[in-house]
Design a protein around this ligand. Structure first.
Ligand code: ASP
Ligand code: MG
Length: 433
C-alpha cells in the first residue's frame, strides 16, 4: 500500500492513514515524503550548489519548524513527541552538516532522501503510540539500482525477503518510497515521483496479491477533472491502457510503476485516502472490450516537420532522422509520416537548437511550439469499427496538427494547439462518454 505526499501531508492526514492501515493486515506500507518536502529539499540543494549558505540555512530552519509543529499535533504523549523530535532533529542536523563545504551531486541525493526517511519515522512512531507493532524497513538496505540505473530485482527480492523474515513478528511494515542505493552503494533515488515505482518493485519482489496506490482521488478518471465537469473514475484498465494514460498526462500514477506489475502479473489498484470505500481503478491483464476508457492531455509539446524531396522512394531516411534525436538524447513521442515528409513531437526543448541544425542537412524543417497531445485510450483494436470516427467527429471544429493511430491497440493521439486543449477535452468527453 503506497501513500503519496498529500496523504501524509499533515498530522491529521498521517493519523488518517494510520487508522486506514491499522486493520488491513500485515501489509507493506510505502510512504512518500510529506507534500512539499521534496521540493523544499531540492530548493535547499540549489542554494548549496550556488553557495548561498544563508538561503539554505533559512530554508532548512523553516522546514524544521514545520516538522516540529506536525510532531506536536501528531502525538498524544510527551515520550512519543520527544522520540520523534530526536529522530527528526538528527535528519536536519545531517542536512546542516552538508552545508559546510563543496556541495556534490552525491550530497544532494543524501538530502533528497531525508523526506521519505522523516515521513516513515513519524508514521512508525505514531503506530507504536497506537499500540501497533509496526516495523520500519529501511529502503536503503534493500532497494537498489544496477550500473544502468535499472532496479536490481534479484538483490531487492533477496534483501527485502530477508528483512521480512527477520521481523516476522511485526503487525505491519513501513518503508520509504523513492529512495535507493545505486550500483556503487551510494544513496540515490528512483527520480521524482518514484514512490509509485518503489511500491511496484516491492510488490513484485514479494509476489504481492495486489499493489495499492492511495492518493486523493477515487481512481484514474476518464478525463481531466480540472478542465472537464462530471468526469468519472474508470473501473478497469489493462496495463497497456494504464501505461498510455500515465505517460500522457494522468498524473495519478507514475508511468514507471506499470512495468514491474505487468511483468509479474500483479494487479494495481488506485484508491482514495479520503474515501477509502470507493471502488477506485483496477489495473490488470484483462479489460473491458470495445470501449473507449479515457482521455488525457500532455502539455508543452513541440512538433517538428522535416520535408525532403530526397525522402521520395528513399530508404534509410527515417533512420537518419531518428538518429539525430538519439544523438541529442531526446525522446520522440508521436510520429507521422507521408511520402515527402515526417513530423515528430518532443516534450523537451533542451537540445532543440542542435537537433534543428542537424535536421536541416536533410530537408526543410519547420516547428510548431506550445502544442498539446490529446490521447484517447481504450480498446482500439483496428477491427473495432467507429471509434476513430467518433473521436475525430468530436474534434471536427478544432485544428488538428497531427493524428497518430495504429501504433498500439490502445490509443489515438491528436496534436492540437494549447489554446484548444480545454475545448477538445470537453468535446471528447461529451461525444465519447
Ligand atoms: N517524494 C518524492 C517526490 O516528491 C517521491 C514521490 O513522492 O513519489 O518526487
Ligand atoms: Mg506521485
Amino acid at each position: 500500500m503506497k501513500f503519496g505526499g498529500t496523504s501524509v501531508g499533515s498530522a491529521e492526514r498521517i493519523q488518517n492513514v494510520a487508522n486506514l492501515i491499522a486493520d488491513k493486515g500485515k501489509n507493506i506500507i510505502v510512504l512518500s515524503a510529506m507534500a512539499g518536502t521534496t521540493n523544499t529539499l531540492v530548493e535547499i540543494s540549489d542554494y548549496l550548489y550556488k553557495r548561498n549558505i544563508d538561503g539554505a540555512k533559512e530554508t532548512i530552519n523553516n522546514l524544521e519548524k514545520k516538522y516540529r509543529a506536525t510532531i506536536d499535533a501528531l502525538y498524544s504523549t510527551d515520550a512519543a513527541r520527544q522520540e520523534a523530535n530526536t529522530e527528526i532533529k538528527a535528519c536536519f542536523n545531517y542536512i546542516r552538516s552538508l552545508t559546510k563545504d563543496i556541495f556534490t551531486l552525491f550530497e544532494e541525493k543524501e538530502i533528497l532522501a531525508q523526506g521519505e526517511i522523516m515521513s516513515t519515522v513519524m508514521m512508525n512512531l505514531y503506530l507504536h503510540e497506537k499500540g501497533i507493532k509496526s516495523e520500519l524497513l529501511p529502503a536503503l538496505e534493500y532497494m537498489k539500482t544496477d550500473k544502468n540505473g535499472e532496479p536490481d530485482n534479484h538483490y531487492i527480492r533477496q534483501r527485502l525477503n530477508n528483512l521480512l523474515d527477520k521481523h516476522a513478528e511485526a503487525d505491519l511494515y513501513i518503508t520509504q518510497g523513492y529512495i535507493c542505493r545505486n550500483a556503487y552503494g551510494e544513496i540515490d533515488n528512483l527520480q521524482r515521483g518514484g514512490s509509485d515505482y518503489s511500491a511496484s518493485l516491492i510488490g513484485a519482489a514479494i509476489s504481492a496479491e495486489e499493489i495499492q496506490i492511495w492518493t486523493d482521488i477515487d481512481g484514474m478518471h476518464n478525463n481531466d477533472p480540472r478542465f472537464v465537469e462530471n468526469t468519472s473514475p474508470v473501473e478497469k484498465l489493462n496495463f497497456e491502457e494504464a501505461a498510455e494514460l500515465a505517460y500522457f498526462g494522468a498524473k495519478i500514477l507514475h508511468p514507471t510503476c506499470i512495468q514491474p506489475a505487468k511483468l509479474n502479473n500483479i494487479p494495481v489498484r488506485l484508491l482514495n485516502t479520503l474515501d477509502p470505500s470507493a471502488k477506485g481503478t483496477l489495473i490488470g491483464n484483462d479489460s473491458i472490450h470495445t470501449a473507449i476508457k479515457a482521455v488525457a492531455a500532455k502539455d508543452n509539446i513541440t512538433a517538428i516537420k522535416i520535408k525532403s524531396g530526397r525522402m521520395l522512394l528513399a530508404y534509410g531516411f527515417l533512420r537518419k532522422v531518428f538518429e539525430i534525436f538519439e544523438s541529442h538524447k531526446t525522446a520522440i513521442d508521436m510520429v507521422v509520416t507521408s511520402e515527402v515528409g515526417v513530423s515528430v513531437t518532443i516534450d523537451s526543448e533542451k537540445n532543440l537548437d542542435n537537433i534543428l541544425e542537424d535536421l536541416r542537412k536533410f530537408g526543410t524543417v519547420t516547428i510548431d511550439r506550445d502544442m498539446v497531445i490529446i490521447c484517447v485510450v481504450g480498446d482500439l483494436e483496428w477491427q473495432n469499427r467507429g471509434f476513430e470516427a467518433k473521436a475525430i467527429e468530436a474534434l471536427k471544429d478544432i485544428p488538428v496538427r497531427m493524428i497518430s493511430y495504429g501504433g498500439s491497440n490502445y490509443n489515438i493521439s491528436f496534436l492540437i494547439r494549447k489554446e484548444d486543449k480545454i475545448k477538445a477535452l470537453q468535446l471528447l468527453s461529451s461525444h465519447l462518454f
